[in-house]
Design a protein around this ligand. Structure first.
Ligand SMILES: NC(=O)c1ccc[n+]([C@@H]2O[C@H](COP(=O)([O-])OP(=O)(O)OC[C@H]3O[C@@H](n4cnc5c(N)ncnc54)[C@H](OP(=O)(O)O)[C@@H]3O)[C@@H](O)[C@H]2O)c1
Length: 317
């Protein structure tokens, strides 16, 4: 699979990284029940397919996702690059709690290393910049984890340009992790350009918009989601937006079919058309899902396809 350099770091990431949010199983923002054996098989299959990095977070299943990633990695000799996060803790009801206190971050880092069963985290990311006034002190604590060789590089999720500039004064920002998909194009306004000019890596999350851009969603399929699947509370999965998205995806299917590909592959390759994007983080819960989507990492969209997609996106904007 193609690789792109992550900003100024020495890391070469495959254009696809495996996302392990859903693999965490139930919590406040879970995706319903998840079979751990299938999760481990999915992670191992992704590595076999050439995916060289995995994105996880302590909050995904309140530690469970990191534990499953750790279990899946144990028999793998050539370990993939590991990215995890900090700044989100949880309570007894498995609800998230923002916490950027330096002591908490230090403890989180130690706990992540234990759950993942590794000596060093390759990319350590601030999960949410909340509360805003504490991002510098959190970043200082994360930088101390680099100095103590618990972490190699620092990244920040869900940040603005101003926040990146504030963090850069404390310690280099190797990468940001924003949302980016055909349905969420906010970073095209300025962030992508800024990161390109300043050589900051961009690893984009939810390129298939939590599965909506895979082409499998319709009203019947929506009814099969577990009541504990957080997507049921996401406005994109509610009327009338949901029906509008389904109609748009139906039109995108024609373009994908003309190329002999699936619409999920089109959605991923579309994100990767931007040279500022280092890698797309794609979620998978079963081996067949990553088998289906991984080839998108090597698909370069032609200008004519990009134009046709743009026409449809404008129509449904
Ligand atoms: N930093 C942050 O704040 C943040 C936020 C969100 C995500 N992320 C990261 O980004 C990763 C990816 O985002 P995401 O998980 O939201 O969404 P995504 O990649 O847009 O969608 C993944 C979901 O689509 C479905 N799917 C995947 N492959 C499929 C296939 N071949 N056919 C049909 N359905 C398929 C699966 O769910 P079902 O089978 O259940 O439909 C899967 O969990 C996360 O796992 C996480 O690591 C980070």
């Amino acid at each position: 699979m193609k690789k792109r350099k992550l900003g100024k770091s020495e890391l070469e990431l495959t254009t696809i990284g495996l996302g392990t949010w859903a693999i965490g199983g139930p919590w406040q923002y879970g995706w319903g029940e998840q079979n751990d054996r299938e999760s481990i098989d999915t992670i191992q299959r992704a590595v076999e397919l050439g995916v060289n990095w995995i994105d996880t977070a302590p909050i995904y299943g309140c530690g469970h996702s990191e534990e499953i990633v750790g279990q899946a990695l144990r028999p793998i000799r050539q370990k993939p690059i590991i990215a995890t996060k900090c700044g989100l803790r949880w309570n007894a009801a498995r609800e998230k709690l923002n916490n950027l206190n330096p002591d908490s971050i230090r403890r989180e880092c130690e706990e992540s290393l234990t759950r993942l069963g590794i000596d060093r985290i390759d990319l350590y990311q601030m999960h949410w910049p909340i509360p805003d006034e504490q991002i510098e002190q959190a970043w200082e604590a994360m930088a101390r984890c680099v100095e103590q060789k618990m972490v190699s590089h620092l990244g920040a999720c869900n940040v603005t340009i101003v926040q990146i500039q504030r963090l850069q004064k404390v310690f280099p920002v190797a990468a940001i992790q924003p949302p980016y998909s055909m349905l969420k194009r906010g970073i095209e306004a300025d962030l992508l350009d800024y990161c390109g000019k300043n050589n900051i890596g961009v690893v984009c999350y939810s390129p298939m918009q939590k599965g909506l851009l895979t082409g499998k969603f319709n009203t019947d399929y929506l009814r099969t989601l577990s009541p504990s699947d957080h997507r049921l509370h996401d406005p994109n999965f509610q009327s009338p937006r949901f029906e509008n998205i389904v109609a748009m995806v139906d039109e995108l299917k024609t373009i994908a079919a003309d190329c002999g590909k699936s619409v999920a592959q089109l959605a991923i390759a579309w994100v990767l058309r931007r040279p500022e994007v280092t890698s797309a983080i794609i979620g998978a819960r079963r081996p067949d899902q990553i088998e289906q989507t991984a080839p998108a990492g090597d698909w370069t969209l032609e200008a004519e396809i990009i134009d046709r997609v743009e026409g449809i996106l404008k129509k449904y904007a």
